[in-house]
Design a protein around this ligand. Structure first.
Ligand code: AMP
Length: 195
């Protein structure tokens, strides 16, 4: 097959500025999450937000909703590996502030702080670069799902160990019955949807 010329018109061009959504943000989120039963282990229902990510107007609405909530209140967004990287970096870009990744143990190349914690399914360790925060940065923690709260709690501890403060924890979805907020007592926690 011959090469496609660079200036060839796409056969099905996507609109450059899709119409903004008017539904409340909780409905936008709820209608774009799907349940994957028995993933990653039997008995766990995985809340998959990739349908939300693949919908341009919905993704924009979610990023703008979060960004409006924290504009002027935070200096840096901290994303939790891996799904917290996606929305977290988009929110940081929208706010014009930096992004710091919290990664699974052994992934970050520089000197790190490390924390171990329990998960809904198993246990894990996460790390942040020790020099990730300049001065007393106010951090917004971002993840897709708040389940038992262990990951967010460990992330907050890492941020404070590294010399920054936690302004808020923001998640797309909170699994209310797992009571993750109890591990984050005294912190500001916001979920776009609570189930
Ligand atoms: P936890 O520490 O229990 O609050 O778990 C939160 C982390 O695990 C988040 O990074 C989530 O992405 C992931 N997670 C836990 N449970 C689920 C679930 N049922 N569906 C999707 N992600 C989950």
């Amino acid at each position: 097959m011959g090469a496609v010329p660079l200036n060839a018109a796409p056969s099905n061009p996507a609109p450059l500025s899709p119409a903004p959504l008017t539904a409340p943000i909780g409905e936008v989120v709820a209608s774009r999450l799907r349940d994957i039963p028995d993933f990653p282990v039997p008995g766990v229902t995985f809340k998959d937000f990739t349908p939300l990510l693949s919908d341009g107007p919905a993704l924009r609405a979610v990023v703008q909703d979060i960004s409006r909530r924290y504009a002027g209140r935070v200096d840096v967004v901290v994303g939790i590996e891996a799904r917290g990287f996606i929305l977290g970096s988009a929110v940081a870009y929208e706010l014009g502030i930096g992004f710091v990744p919290v990664r699974k143990a052994g992934k970050l190349p520089g000197l790190t702080h490390s924390a171990e914690y329990d998960l809904e399914y198993g246990s894990a360790a996460i790390e942040v670069h020790a020099d990730a925060f300049a001065g007393r940065a106010r951090a917004l923690v971002m993840d897709d799902v708040l389940a038992t709260g262990g990951t967010a709690e460990a992330t907050c501890a890492l941020i404070e160990q590294a010399g920054a403060s936690v302004e808020a924890v923001e998640v797309v979805l909170e699994l209310y019955f797992l009571n993750g907020r109890s591990k984050l007592a005294g912190r500001t926690v916001h979920a776009m949807l609570s189930l």
